[in-house]
Design a protein around this ligand. Structure first.
Ligand code: FUB
Length: 448
């Protein structure tokens, strides 16, 4: 599957919760139903009735829609609106956690069980005791304990639970007071109940003060996800009204968490919702947008892109519509792009682990691979003055990597050089070397 492209187009999908079970990738999305109704502040446009599980053998293979895995007709307590689900595996059984409004129009969280990650799932007759609100995600810690995080403001009804009891018409939340949620609870061994009633998790700012309810760039809105990286717990979530995915970290899965930064800039459409998963030693962000429907809020599509951690544990912000991820995945597109140019040949320099591109037998570009064959740099030849200019524009373009540093320049593929700039520089490198060949050789190559 291509990065930043819809995983499936036969149905509209959203809120992807991605997991690797037994070496295969499974995505548990919401299944958006197209209609012509209006949007409202309570998410009335999200009228979903069932779940489909998506699966892929690897990120390079096609994505399969495995069909209906659970429908609301088979869940006695559900009234309407089956929203963002997640799935956890324990002892060979798969537990699908899903929020839906009960017959009183109150969001609760249900669980359904299957022997297969793709279902069909059999739902428990009642929602999980003491569950409330939306967007459950279940995280399995290294010690085998399972924690649920959940909750969403506005249509997700979290405000109705701020006193601990349900109130259909709650007081407005004090903008200068601490923000609400998300909810946190450890699951009992049966995976169908909580060990204790859910509590609200605190997210702190840089002064170790709780993030305020009015701080819309940082306060929790909905869509929590938990992952662990180098022993640290990363709680990520949507900021709702400001449309970003952000994160906070803690050494304790129950928090408090300290706000760290932004993971994903706004996507096309009002909602944003994600998951983060390690696949084959690299990290990926699964998310949705409304590109497939040209911006209709309730017709979304799920996508993925690679995520990059810095040495200090911070996460690089993804700008969903620039093509940085394509650069990091550059071998296929380089082949497609460069081998179409006249006279271009390719070989592999085993000793250095480089893939080299030549014109007229002279190298003009190369991809330097690491010891597990991941691209690290694209190295290319430029006129020295031009090279100096571009190195001044981007700190991720450095003087030649193992090469004559006057003519050769290396673009760090996980850096911030835009895709189009890299393409333009490759074109220039090709012409630089082509123009340096004898006129006779040039005529042979160009067929003139
Ligand atoms: O898909 C319905 C709701 O939209 C989800 O529960 C929220 O996270 C938002 O994505």
């Amino acid at each position: 599957m291509e990065q930043r492209e819809p995983l499936v187009t036969n149905i509209f999908t959203a809120d992807p919760s991605a997991h690797v079970f037994d070496g295969k990738i499974y995505v548990y999305p919401s299944h958006d139903i197209p209609h012509d109704g209006e949007d409202d502040d309570d998410g009335g446009e999200y009228i979903m009735e069932d779940y489909h599980v998506l699966s892929m053998d690897s990120l390079d293979s096609a994505c399969t829609d495995n069909g209906e895995a659970l429908h609301m007709r088979d869940v006695p307590w559900v009234g309407r609106q089956m929203w963002a689900p997640d799935c956890a595996c324990r002892d060979g059984k798969y537990y699908l956690y899903f929020p839906a409004k009960d017959k009183n129009d109150v969001f609760r969280i249900g669980v359904a069980v299957s022997g297969s990650p793709t279902g069909p799932f059999t739902a428990e007759p009642e929602p999980i005791k003491d569950s409330m609100s939306i967007d459950p995600t279940v995280f399995r810690d290294d010690d085998g304990r399972y924690y649920m995080y959940a909750g969403g403001l506005w249509g997700g009804q979290l405000e109705r639970w701020q006193t601990g009891e349900y109130r259909a018409d709650p007081d407005p939340v004090d903008e200068n007071g601490p923000a609400l949620g998300p909810l946190f609870a450890e699951l009992a061994d049966d995976m169908k109940s909580f060990k204790e009633k859910p509590v609200m998790v605190t997210i702190l700012d840089e002064n170790r003060e709780p993030v305020k309810a009015g701080d819309e760039d940082r306060r929790y809105f909905e869509g929590p996800w938990m992952h662990k990286y180098k022993g640290l717990y990363y709680l990520s979530y949507s900021t709702g009204t400001t449309h970003c995915i952000v994160y906070a970290t803690s050494e304790d899965p129950a928090g408090p968490f300290t706000f760290r930064g932004k993971i994903l800039e706004p996507v096309i459409g009002w909602t944003t919702h994600h998951s983060i998963v390690e696949i084959g030693g690299r990290w990926y962000l699964f998310y949705h947008d409304c590109e497939l429907s040209h911006g209709i809020n309730h017709r979304r599509c799920v996508k993925y892109t690679e995520l990059f951690f810095n040495e200090d544990g911070t996460i690089d912000t993804v700008s969903p519509y620039d093509d940085r991820a394509v650069l990091a995945d550059c071998i296929d597109w380089l082949d497609g792009y460069l081998l179409k140019k006249k006279g271009v040949t390719k070989d592999r320099q085993e000793e250095w682990n480089w893939i080299r591109y030549h014109v007229g037998g002279k190298m003009f570009a190369a991809v330097c691979l690491d010891d597990i064959d991941r691209p690290v740099y694209i190295t290319l030849k430029l006129d020295p003055v031009e090279g100096e200019f571009w190195r001044g524009q981007y700190e991720d373009i450095i003087p030649g990597y193992y090469m004559n540093k006057q003519h050769w320049n290396s673009i760090k593929v996980t850096g911030k050089v835009p895709y189009q700039t890299a393409v333009d520089l490759l074109d220039r490198a090709y012409l630089t070397v082509l123009n340096g060949l004898s006129k006779k050789k040039q005529r042979e190559i160009l067929g003139r």
